[in-house]
Design a protein around this ligand. Sequence first.
Ligand SMILES: Cc1cc2nc3c(=O)[nH]c(=O)nc-3n(C[C@H](O)[C@H](O)[C@H](O)COP(=O)(O)OP(=O)(O)OC[C@H]3O[C@@H](n4cnc5c(N)ncnc54)[C@H](O)[C@@H]3O)c2cc1C
Length: 306
Amino acid sequence: MNIEKNVLLRDYVSFKIGGPAEYFAKVNNSSELAEVLKWAKENNQSITILGGGTNMLISDKGLKGLVVKLNLNKLEFIGNKVTVGCGVPLALFLNEALAKNLTGLEFVAGVPGTVGGAIRGNAGTYGLAMGDVLKKIKYLDEDYQLREIDKDQANFIYRHSIFKEKKWIILEADIELASGDILAAKKLVEERLQYRNDTQPKQPSAGCIFKNVRFEDVDLEVLKNKNVEIDKFAKFKKIPAAYLIEKAGLKAYKMGNAQVSDIHANYIVNSGQATFDEVMMLISFVKQQVRDKYGVQLMEEVHILL
Ligand SMILES: Cc1cc2nc3c(=O)[nH]c(=O)nc-3n(C[C@H](O)[C@H](O)[C@H](O)COP(=O)(O)OP(=O)(O)OC[C@H]3O[C@@H](n4cnc5c(N)ncnc54)[C@H](O)[C@@H]3O)c2cc1C
């Protein structure tokens, strides 16, 4: 067991923002995980799990306690049934599935990060998300007891799961894929990767800062009266946060080195040495402007850790 002190977290996250972890451990299997959890319990230290670090905004003051970089990378295919460890990168998982002529994961094309982070946030694209393909999830509960949960009990809704409600550690998941039209699946993946490459900012970010706005959460008539083009978004029944932010005139808006992307307005990019406070102020400004103009309360998708 190797527990380091004062490890700079900005080196482990896509936003490139964040101070040091008081304690830091990389864990490659369940016995190493058991060891570091025992250490944390004995030393009364809190635990923060780090996956790919692509959905996190971490304070410049850093994090107290033990940050665990969880690299559980089991990837076992039996026919169309897969067991996948929480540390497996989504891109690797997708590529391995396609190589085995299995379809159903195309929706993760271009989504960075690991399976664990994707399950917690029910990550997805184009109306599909992790909760749609999962069968079962193995996890450690708050007392570090090993448990298993069916996907139906895991409260998967848009960018939400039970793992956001509880301090549980996701270990691995069972997923069932299909033997569909593999050529069509590969073509779709290529097209989506190309599209993302053309439409997403290249600077450091944590992806979309805000959740899109579900039709059921707002008064559509009021928004129509404010010239929000609701009909354009009927397919997924969500108003893109990017649309509202851009319509509020905030595309490319800057606070210090934190900037609303000029390519995709739901991204805040780190255009230099952006600080945590600059990003937080920009988030708060964007929310206030959108609220004032459209009466819509944007909610963060990114996990803010301080
Ligand atoms: C350029 C870019 C594009 C993106 N596009 C999309 C997109 O299209 N759709 C989308 O949904 N998301 C998108 N994201 C966000 C992000 O990629 C996903 O949310 C991803 O699933 C996060 O996984 P991660 O491993 O990086 O999680 P992390 O950032 O490491 O962690 C996120 C949260 O999950 C927790 N966590 C991580 N692993 C575990 C575990 N094993 N057990 C318990 N908790 C855990 C962490 O503590 C943290 O709270 C994008 C991000 C970037 C930077």
